[in-house]
Design a protein around this ligand. Sequence first.
Ligand SMILES: NC(=O)c1ccc[n+]([C@@H]2O[C@H](COP(=O)([O-])OP(=O)(O)OC[C@H]3O[C@@H](n4cnc5c(N)ncnc54)[C@H](OP(=O)(O)O)[C@@H]3O)[C@@H](O)[C@H]2O)c1
Length: 272
Amino acid sequence: MASFDELSGKVALVTGASSGIGEALARELARKGARVALVARRKDRLEEIEKDLRQTGGDVRAIVCDVRDPAAIAATATEVRDVWGEIELLVNSAGYARHILFSDHDPEDIQEMMLTNYMGTVHWIKQVLPAMRERRRGSIINLSSFAGKIAQADEVAYAASKFAITGLSAGLAQELSPMGIQVLCVYPTLVRTEMFTPEIMKRMPDASGSFLEADDFARRTLRALAKGHNEAVIPGRMKVPIILNALFPTWMGMMVGRLRLAALRKAGVKVQ
Ligand SMILES: NC(=O)c1ccc[n+]([C@@H]2O[C@H](COP(=O)([O-])OP(=O)(O)OC[C@H]3O[C@@H](n4cnc5c(N)ncnc54)[C@H](OP(=O)(O)O)[C@@H]3O)[C@@H](O)[C@H]2O)c1
């Protein structure tokens, strides 16, 4: 468990820090006094955030790294260790979604998505774990999704990649909590980020009033971390459909499928 005070001076690394949830978490961690490595592919965006945070006293460092590349992950971890020492908090936020029917989805992109969303998380955890195990402390935050609890039509491959993170996180929490290492898996539903383009919104059931802002989401995530939780469904009210899905999976599947396909038909997408 990492209380807010404990975050001060801690070495954190956030993947997907160039936008959205990763950026908001990186900003919040820097504000709480953590030393934060900002990791993503877009150098210009990372350097802008780095400059901004340094101006307000943040001890941060932008590092370009593609999470699909294990060698780049190893080099990034070495760079952070050389500057600040071992990574004590890892945030795996890098990822992308595709809103597309499975029959239209190119298998190569499905593989890329798995490499980014799932294997990127796996390789980063492998990189930080030996030191965390040796020191018997550390924290890992993984970004799953509401779609990692309830499968969704039109996001089939994305949901599969997020179910993989759900399983990885739950099993790892069991293995690592006796060693003093916290694994927190976070389940966002709708957070206003670049992920939701107008084209994507057209394919989804109307959810305009349901978005959380990324900074609010980041604060709630760090509160769950401080409480020592292994899971955080944010916002909490989304636990209701998750519980219903666990109890009545066939019925929930039918309801979710109907909603999603109706939205697609409304958007003019041929679903049959
Ligand atoms: N927003 C939501 O409502 C929501 C809901 C459920 C789950 N999530 C999850 O939350 C996480 C963050 O999403 P977001 O909403 O913040 O989306 P976003 O604004 O699009 O951010 C995605 C981040 O991932 C990075 N990224 C993508 N591919 C990468 C790669 N190969 N290597 C390194 N970085 C990569 C992007 O940076 P570069 O392009 O610069 O590399 C970007 O910083 C994702 O895992 C997403 O699945 C979000």
